[in-house]
Design a protein around this ligand. Structure first.
Ligand code: SF4
Length: 474
């Protein structure tokens, strides 16, 4: 015969729990706790709270920050999931000191972090810098199109949305008319009718509210593009999973340890985002003490979606490296003798005329080897120490060098292929970590301002993970 231990659900149990002991050194929760306590400037949140004279004490922002960072790292994106974790999960209870913030407190804290998230990102970047995780010589930029917290059903031109509103109004009238004959229906059917009526009413109200004095939304080419009645900042974009109504989440990654240097969500295509992303990364790097010319002489790779004339101009502006060598403008032409005079006053004679390469036609001039060998300006004139004399190519056709062709040639070269191949290994694992491992596959907030905060928080969590893996915060 079976014999079981007694079970008494009414018995009382006292469990001694040390909250501190739950945060085991070496774990991500321990790293988050230490970072927030010791490395992040929390005074940026003080402005929000004006309750010192009257009002109840608020939950400390460090508590909210810790639980949100850990929740994002574990793939919990919704505020209700985070609320539940703070009630049921001992690690979240330890991080929140048992306060168990509710979902609305968590949601409004995230939504209103636009100004603070920049400081938090810089603070964590500084930790990465102190741990020696920065200073790669290669950077990669990429983006992922993530759905916004809206439906494509609410998108259309202003005329299309008006048409939709009119159709909904007609439907609403029909439902109200059916509701008028409700006496003949059973109670269940009447309740169902009421719900339908309310739903259509809300939809018509939403569209009326949105269309009030609404101007058409214009795209980069000045033509009307589709608006969205729920989150009008989001846009329809083609992605690897079809067309999404959402945002383009971008990250610029350092090759050394795949730390994210800048993260931002845009409502525009990749080729428009290279300039703001480079500017954002520079701003972040300057905020941790790097110089504004940080990217000079280093490599940046991005896929073909970023390939545009404007992007290439930005790269060229940022790529200047080493002391500038004398250019053609520093040489003067002596028309009588048909020679060029160098900054040291020596002659360069024509060696070949009408040379053609893929971008231009040019004449080639050479200096004399003996002149350059003894020249005090060699360092400013010759590319390499062992170059024997200066060559000068003078463009003789009117066509300016084409940046796009130049870049194509660069990528097609052997060295270009090797550099481009590194792009995959640098940036793609970062997106896999955030979008697959941490389940950030759609935004749960609405408006550009809020989704940007959400994306930057995920970038922050990624960098904290790096400081945990490679750093001394364990
Ligand atoms: S290195 Fe040669 S070409 Fe250049 S400045 Fe000196 S002499 Fe002139």
């Amino acid at each position: 015969m079976a014999k079981y231990k007694p079970s008494n659900e009414k018995q009382m149990v006292m469990l001694p729990i040390s909250l501190q002991d739950q945060l085991v050194p070496g774990t991500l929760e321990h790293t988050i706790n230490r970072l927030v306590e010791e490395n992040i400037d929390l005074s940026v949140f003080d402005e929000r709270y004006k309750n010192d004279e009257t009002g109840a004490a608020a939950i400390h922002p460090k508590i909210l920050l810790k639980v949100i960072l850990l929740a994002y790292a574990r793939g919990m994106i919704s505020s209700r999931q985070i609320e539940r974790a703070c009630q049921e999960n001992i690690i979240f209870i330890a991080l929140s000191y048992g306060y168990a913030p509710d979902y609305s407190t968590i949601a409004s804290f995230i939504s209103s972090m636009q100004s603070e998230v920049q400081t938090l990102f810089s603070d964590v970047l500084l930790v990465c810098e102190e741990l020696g995780l920065l200073d790669g010589i290669h950077f990669s930029l990429d983006g992922v199109k993530l759905s916004a917290n809206v439906s494509k059903e609410w998108s259309g031109t202003i005329e299309e949305l008006k048409h939709k509103r009119d159709k909904l109004e007609e439907k609403l009238k029909r439902v109200i008319a059916e509701h008028g004959q409700a006496d003949q229906h059973p109670q269940v059917e009447i309740e169902r009718q009421k719900k339908r009526e309310r739903r259509f009413q809300l939809q018509v109200e939403r569209l009326n509210e949105f269309l009030k004095d609404r101007e058409p939304k214009l795209g980069s080419e000045g033509k009307e593009i589709q608006s969205n009645a729920v989150d009008n900042a989001s846009v329809k974009m083609p992605s690897s999973h079809g067309v999404v109504q959402g945002y383009n989440a971008q990250a610029l990654v350092d090759s050394k340890h795949q730390v994210i240097l800048a993260a931002e969500a845009f409502a525009s295509q990749d080729h428009e985002n290279l300039k703001p992303m480079l500017a954002g990364a520079k701003k972040n790097l300057v905020s941790i003490g790097k110089t504004p010319d940080y990217f000079e002489g280093k490599g940046l790779t991005a896929d073909s979606n970023y390939h545009s004339l404007n992007s290439l101009k930005v790269c060229k502006e940022n790529a200047t490296s080493k002391p500038k060598l004398f250019t053609a403008a520093d040489f003067t032409f002596d028309a009588t003798r048909q020679v060029y005079l160098c900054p040291h006053g020596k002659e360069l004679t024509c060696h070949a005329r009408g040379q053609v390469n893929r971008h231009r036609t040019y004449d080639l001039y050479h200096a004399r080897t003996e002149d350059c060998a003894a020249c005090p300006l060699r360092l400013r004139c010759l590319k390499k120490a062992d170059t024997v004399c200066r060559n000068l190519s003078i463009q003789v056709d009117s066509q300016q060098p084409n940046l796009i062709d130049e870049m194509n040639a660069k990528i097609d070269s052997e060295q270009g292929k090797k550099i481009y191949a590194r792009r995959l290994a640098i940036v793609e694992p970062v997106f896999a970590n955030i979008c697959v491992h941490k389940h950030m596959d759609r935004f749960t907030l609405r408006s550009k301002r809020k989704v940007d905060v959400q994306w930057r928080l995920f970038a922050l969590v990624h960098n904290i993970g790096k400081s945990q893996l490679f750093g001394a915060l364990i």
